[in-house]
Design a protein around this ligand. Sequence first.
Ligand SMILES: Nc1ncnc2c1ncn2[C@@H]1O[C@H](COP(=O)(O)OP(=O)(O)OP(=O)(O)O)[C@@H](O)[C@H]1O
Ligand SMILES: [Mg+2]
Length: 375
Amino acid sequence: MTDHTIAGWRLGTRLFAAQALALVASVLTAALVAAIIGPPLFHVHLLESGHEPDSPEIPHIEEAFASASAVSLSVGLLVALVLALGVTWYVTGRIRGPLDTLTASARRISTGDYTARVTVTGAGPELATLADSFNQMAGRLSSVEDTRRRLLSDLAHELRTPIATLNAHLEGLADGVTEWNDTTRQILEHQTERLTRLVHDLDDVSRAEEGRLTIEPALQPLPELVSSALSQVRASYAAKSVTLADDINDLEVWVDPQRIGQVLGNLLANALRHTPTGGRVTITGRHGPGRSVTLTITDTGEGMSSEQLAHIFERFYRGDTARDRDKAGSGIGLTIAKAIAEAHGGSLTADSAGRDQGASFTLTLPASPRSHRRP
Ligand SMILES: Nc1ncnc2c1ncn2[C@@H]1O[C@H](COP(=O)(O)OP(=O)(O)OP(=O)(O)O)[C@@H](O)[C@H]1O
Ligand SMILES: [Mg+2]
């Protein structure tokens, strides 16, 4: 590690120099005042105490007075200087300790060690506040670094499967092992679609995480919003023989229809993916607390354990890792859906009584511009 110590007077030297300067100035002032006022005053006192003005003792007494004054002032200055040195040493010690700790920790952080933290006690509220802010900064840096690392490894992981599939098929085609037919074309198309979708989702996720998701809200009739989302998925529900029911009150919501369509699409696709044939998915729309509207999507599918529930809104989290990894999405859908709900000033929560007990997702949205509050 390079030592970036900056040349110049140290804190202790500067403190002591300042104190010494103040002391010398006050002793000089005292000496000057004593030299101007002291002798005439002393002379008057001598005369008042019965000495004749031309007494030969007077010059002696006055000389003794002058030298006694000079000696006391010099001794006073010396004692004060020694005291100042002691005080400076003590105060500097109290300040330098924490400053050295802060410097050492800042150096550790600059080399990428984000675990560095400082504890400062007994150095006054200012240094304690500085240490507190420093620790907060270190914590924030550490979590940003963590997110970056996780994002990169998740991303590499996500890219690996489609790229490997594409490679295998392309090699097979080149070697003549794989035939070019509809199935091959579909596989290749599916993988490139997956990559394309990943790029779009990643863009949305990074916008959401930086709070840059753009929404253009307007007053929308809830039944229309829901029926348009349902019409997009009806065919796939029918194909899997999962019943799709809706019970939407005649309400209005203050939302961006495109964005909420994206959220509903994801929730309905999830419900279908996790509900076996013969199951049922119901969407209900009701007045929510305050001036809000809640949309609840309930399914009779495989449900979630409390462990899964705690993670489903995390980026790239997929509960069913082993079961049907390739069929499943990339685990970004709910992260984006929650960010969109929050960008509207609403919320998205999940609930499940456990594995094979079904799941329900509740989307809360503002009913009017007045109840719309930015998070
Ligand atoms: N209705 C549901 N029933 C059971 N589990 C669910 C349900 N909805 C979501 N999950 C769980 O939450 C995880 C994350 O869902 P999310 O929508 O974020 O990702 P995905 O559907 O796997 O992929 P993507 O939506 O990005 O295509 C899923 O992998 C699944 O384990
Ligand atoms: Mg999804």
